[in-house]
Design a protein. Sequence first.
Lengths: 207, 199
Amino acid sequence: MFALLKRDLYLALYSSSSFFYTSSFFVLVLIILPFLFGTNDVQLQVLFKGIIWIGLSLSILLTMERIFNADYEDGNLDIIIQRNPSLETIIISKYITHWIVYCLPLFIILPILSFLFYVSLDSFFLIFLNLFFGSLGMVFIVTFVSALTLGAKRTIFLKAVIVIPLFVPFLIFGTNLESWPILLALSMMSFVLSMYVSAYGLRLYVE
Amino acid sequence: MNELKIEDLTCYRGDNLVLKDLNTKLKSGETLVIRGSNGSGKTTLLRVLSNFIKSYNGKILFNDHNVLEDANYRNCFNFVGQKNSLKDNLSVKNNLKLWEIIYQKNIYYSKLLEDFHMSHLVERDVGSLSDGQKKCISLLRLNFTESKIWYLDEPFVFLDEENSQILIQKIKNFNTNNGIVIITSNINLQNTFTNEIKI
């Protein structure tokens, strides 16, 4: 598993533009929406709790093609499966890499963004906690949808239609600052579901 | 001495019967060429032999062990499929580095590329290479493991005369070192490898 983890992180490093684009996209969503809804202090604080979830959802949705599809299309998935006897280790490795490469940069820039939106320190920590647990659950969800639709070409809309309703519980509870235990529970449920369905999806591909 | 035995192999893909009662035996130092028309099941056979496809009837035995039950079998073979397993946006060197990590083996890139006289391409982006050059680089994966069997799916596609001869020589050298090779091909290789079956 560590070899695959290392390989995926190196791959992200070599194509470093990909996580730069995701972070830029996240920042742009956060910058653009206040122009539509107003820019006074109180409004920005309220907006922030909602739009970070929209930004996160869209960023994760846009990068889901890179979980399994890129390796499937160029044939690397065969090598990965041959070298790793357990599909579960492949899936766990993909969770970790995807979170590190596409979610971690968002958490790094989050303090700066929350400062720009006049968010208090107490609120920031709760938002951070919510977003952390929520992002894990969202990564679990996109991973299993990615595995299940492996090989299907030009299906980004289909994937979005499957994924967005599954994101809704995270969005509902994410905007409530006290609900991180619910988000943790949702993420754990997503993990169990994701492991089973992702392994099934990969098995279907291999067969 | 290694031996690969295929006994009464039958495989369905969906409702289609792709392989029917296939029997063959290969010993160390032998190469088998599998020929057949498009869609006849050549690639399926290689994927069955490589343990990617596990639902079939019949038996595949490597040194008298059923490959489905032998955990070490995956380290005994090297499969090079029709896809090149290369990232177009990365350089040749970085692609080789990624393989190096996956295969957990240190490689001298320039020496490796010299096999196909391609050491000058090491810093080039794979996306800018020709299909033949990509195929040659993809075949370099054969050097990453100490395998006993090579499964090569259409390895001569896109290769020019010179590189085809280099590959044939590599296969013959592998045979000399007791390796078993199974190749699928649309090209007639009977003058080079005498052992051939049609499916």
